[in-house]
Write a protein that binds this ligand. Structure first.
Ligand code: AMP
Length: 424
């Protein structure tokens, strides 16, 4: 073991993992552009006050998890624990509200939270997120949720489920909180210190408590939706109706409040059955009060963020991940005389945008195939004397060991269609 290791809760993204990261980032960028979102990049650190005000000073993030420090000029700064507050800060600072009615933004980058590290939970992790600012319409919530679902479909992630709830607005929040307090108050002495402290100021936070004892006292909670005002109920029903209309399956989870104070109305989470204890892949919701709270004009907004590490974990669990993420074509010239022509084919495939390994140091088919297996190649192209004599290439699919002789000049076309076939 080397003397220095990466700090606890952080990790290197090694070349072995990198194809997954590139795949997730590039798929996200292309998909967001279909929805007409534009990228924004904000600093990795911000003034601490931004998060205290934005996320809420009685949340776990602000109370316990922020990396806060003073710089040499005595400014209180914090490594960003999430992306929404910085983006809203930038939105207000650059007067984006005056440039267009709706701003649709996405971001990608590292976030920092001092949490207890475990599988899927880090102190430096990476999020990709979207924020749509300027529309209060429920179709906008549905579009953001649908975009998340579309993205994870596109990435080929399986075993996902969508949970949705409404946490109300400033009009009905006091009613929701009062009803919750009546219920929670009966068992307050059994709940943890955090829950007791938050009981008066932020009772909704108690629903989000990770303490297993506290959780046992939450069964039979009053359904938040019964306390929603007329407008919030309507809004929720529209969101649910739009999702139904698109055929997106979801469950209503009346306890889903999420760990940040800024949410109003819709909250949602996309979870995976392949992630174990940390099963949340993506979380989001509407935050109609945040822009004005951070000094901008009253602007409704909705967004989500997902963790790249967790998406990578799911992809790595999937058996065909290598070939899906970055299929490899292994080219096996058998004999020195076949190298030049093989090289020509390799060049054509690479120019078409595919990853190719040309192996010229092996002369036996058996050793070529062993090496192709080791590299997890999806296709092997065998070009020996027999193939050269008939001007053909033998294309072998490693998944089912089937193979076909293809005329050399049609090989590229054939290989591309094989690599583009998702049902291999
Ligand atoms: P949040 O910003 O808490 O709503 O989280 C949104 C998503 O970011 C989660 O669903 C996770 O995928 C990811 N995430 C949050 N915290 C961590 C963490 N400490 N380590 C890894 N991923 C995280």
């Amino acid at each position: 073991m080397s003397k220095y290791t990466a700090p606890r809760g952080t990790k290197d993204i090694t070349p072995d993992d990198m194809p997954f990261w590139h795949y997730i980032e590039s798929t996200s960028r292309s998909l967001f552009s279909l929805y007409n979102y534009q990228e924004i990049r904000t600093p990795v650190f911000e003034h601490t006050e931004l998060f205290e005000r934005g996320i809420g000073d009685s949340t776990d993030i602000v109370e316990k998890e922020m990396y806060t420090f003073s710089d040499k000029g005595d400014r209180r700064l914090t490594l960003r624990p999430e992306g929404t507050a910085p983006i809203v800060r930038a939105y207000v600072q650059h007067g984006m509200h005056s440039k267009s009615k709706v701003s649709k933004l996405y971001y990608c980058g590292p976030m920092f939270r001092y949490e207890r590290p475990q599988a899927g939970r880090y102190r430096q992790f990476h999020q990709i997120g979207v924020e749509s600012l300027g529309s209060a319409l429920p179709i906008c919530d549905a579009e953001v949720i649908a975009m998340g679902v579309h993205l994870f479909d596109e990435l080929g992630l399986s075993g996902l489920s969508v949970a949705i709830n409404s946490v109300g607005c400033p009009v009905c929040r006091p009613v929701i909180e009062e009803r919750l307090k009546q219920f929670i108050g009966l068992n307050l002495e059994h709940l943890c210190g955090d829950c007791n402290r938050r009981f008066d100021s932020r009772p909704l936070r108690i629903l989000d408590c990770k303490n297993s004892t506290c959780k046992t006292y939450m069964t039979g909670l009053p359904d938040i939706r019964d306390s929603l005002c007329h407008e919030c109920k309507d809004h929720f029903n529209y969101v649910v109706g739009y999702l139904d209309n698109l055929g997106i399956p979801f469950q209503i989870n009346p306890q889903l409040v999420r760990g940040l104070d800024y949410y109003t109305r819709t909250t949602f989470e996309i979870g995976s059955d392949q992630l174990g204890a940390q099963n949340a892949l993506c979380g989001g919701g509407r935050y109609d009060g945040l822009v004005s709270q951070l000094g901008g004009p009253a602007t409704p907004a909705v967004g989500f963020a997902f963790g790249i590490e967790r998406a990578v974990m799911i992809l790595q669990e999937m058996s065909d991940y290598h070939q899906r993420v970055n299929p490899l074509v292994y080219v096996a010239p058998v004999g020195f005389d076949q190298v030049a022509k093989s090289f020509l084919l390799v060049d054509r495939i690479r120019r078409a945008g595919y990853r190719v390994e040309l192996e010229t140091s092996k002369n036996e088919l058996k050793t070529h195939l062993k090496q192709a297996d080791k590299l997890n190649a999806r296709l092997v192209l065998i070009y020996g004397e027999d193939e050269a004599n008939v001007d053909k290439v033998l294309v072998r699919r490693m998944a089912d060991r089937t193979q076909e002789l293809i005329p050399f000049d049609h090989a590229l076309e054939y290989i591309v269609s094989e690599l583009e076939d998702d049902t291999f």
